[in-house]
Design a protein around this ligand. Structure first.
Ligand SMILES: [Zn+2]
Length: 63
């Protein structure tokens, strides 16, 4: 389950939230309950790892 970072556009609070399927469009700020929150693209490990594996050339290819 991915944890996304959000920032509230109303009170500017930043928070992390576990988002379940179907819940993405119903995220509310824990501080002011506003639905005007923006998802932040965080460099979390699962994204970084998969990208890194693709970009890094395999050592086995060189001998
Ligand atoms: Zn807020």
């Amino acid at each position: 389950m991915p944890i996304f970072e959000y920032k509230c556009n109303q009170c500017e609070k930043e928070f992390e939230k576990l988002v379940f399927a179907g819940e993405e469009n119903n995220i509310s700020c824990p501080e002011c309950k506003s639905l005007k929150v923006a998802k932040k693209m965080s460099a979390t490990s699962f994204m970084g790892n998969s990208m890194g594996k693709c970009a890094t050339s395999s050592p086995k290819g060189f001998s």
